[in-house]
Design a protein around this ligand. Sequence first.
Ligand SMILES: Cc1cc2nc3c(=O)[nH]c(=O)nc-3n(C[C@H](O)[C@H](O)[C@H](O)COP(=O)(O)OP(=O)(O)OC[C@H]3O[C@@H](n4cnc5c(N)ncnc54)[C@H](O)[C@@H]3O)c2cc1C
Length: 475
Amino acid sequence: MCEKIRKFAKIFTEMNYDIIVIGSGPGGYVTAIRASQLGFKTAIVERENLGGICLNWGCIPTKALLKSAQVFKYINHAEDFGLNKVEASFEFPNVVARSRGVANKMSKGIEFLMKKNKIDVILGNAKVQKGKKISVEKDGQTTEYSANHIIIATGARSRELPNLPQDGVKVIGYRQALTLPSQPKSMIVVGSGAIGVEFAYFYATMGTKVTVVEFMPNIVPVEDEEVSKHLEKSLKKAGIDVMTNASVESLDTYGEGVKANVKTANGNVTLEADIVLSAVGIAANIENIGLEEVGIQTDKGRVLVNEWYQTSVPGYYAIGDIIPTQALAHVASAEGITCVEKIKGMHVETIDYGNIPGCTYCLPEIASVGLTEKQAKEKGYEIKVGKFPFSASGKATANGDTDGFVKVIFDAKYGEWLGCHMIGVGVTEMIAEAVAARKLETTGHEILKTVHPHPTLSEAVMEAVAAAYGEVIHI
Ligand SMILES: Cc1cc2nc3c(=O)[nH]c(=O)nc-3n(C[C@H](O)[C@H](O)[C@H](O)COP(=O)(O)OP(=O)(O)OC[C@H]3O[C@@H](n4cnc5c(N)ncnc54)[C@H](O)[C@@H]3O)c2cc1C
């Protein structure tokens, strides 16, 4: 073979993979690692930072900010713990810098994991092409790669509403909210899903006057109504104004701050603030990635897939925020693992989307899984409900964090654990018990007979279950 042909053959093999993943968020990078573990020659393409939204602009940097807020609050309440009174103070840019540092460290960690798992990282903007190929554009140069299987995990961005156009300065999305150069004195947060209330809590705790405007009758609308109502009370107690059944109709950004025209049940009101944070959901990154050219079907802004994440075109798959399942990091990762294990021909279970935990990390935190009480009733279940307040928990009392409760819902007939809803400090670390128990099709009886360690917050789960069956001890 002449040198030229040999070179060409080498380049061709290098550019040809078993699996190419587009996007390196918790969907993409986890998929790539699992693919590599399964022996596939794998490449991942990323146009921005390894780790995607979750590590760089979502889950992780928000939790870093929230931790700063929590520490700030604890210091300011030192006397509650028998310590001398201290006035905590801070420089806002340092709080932001810590959060960015945490995000960067996590992103570097993904770089390490890619190397460790021998995954080729291709930097650039990818587009899928016909014939199981992709093109990657970087600095004006385009390179083609091919693979037996192409997995699209391009994620999502902040959704823009026509009446809430984001200018990135006065009307911002989550990216700017994570990196503001200075702390606003006042802020209107539009939307009270997890992202909205986490930012509302962070800014309010640090001293910003925050108003939350929610279109639905309850904040955190996907949660059990009792949890939503309890959080509303807690946020109000923390000094946050909460408006429900209210919608921002228009914004006036002329002049110093922003004026928001808000429609309420009692007529329109004008709110004024330094800044408006739009937290009204996400829009999937489906544009300009070649879907139309290849013929991959989408619906309502998301890529359509079957239960194995195959798109309408064989050889092309999609996972994570780009498909119409819950937009959560752990869902994206689970979908990616399921997708490649199926490609490998393993015996794989489909994901049970009814058993996905959801967490919100304001204080008190929220964690839930399964049906809400309302949903269980609507589905026709006869139910047993148990509730245990953290005010009756020894550990919560010792911690000085007694706000909140655990609520459990069982099917009265067969004992199926239908739902678990918690609000309180630390509950996001507790919900996995309910998820695992439900996965194992455990009934209340097994939870009651599972000895929980004392003193822990997790005892509240056992006690809530006991309450559902009339056996509660501590209330
Ligand atoms: C503020 C905030 C807080 C959040 N907190 C939580 C939380 O606490 N828990 C939780 O579970 N979820 C949370 N989420 C949601 C979570 O971040 C997403 O569900 C998750 O990141 C989705 O993962 P993904 O892999 O689908 O996409 P993403 O993480 O969005 O990653 C997609 C990647 O693809 C890249 N990409 C896009 N197009 C191309 C292209 N054409 N070529 C190359 N690369 C491309 C992007 O640059 C990006 O890096 C939060 C989100 C936000 C915004």
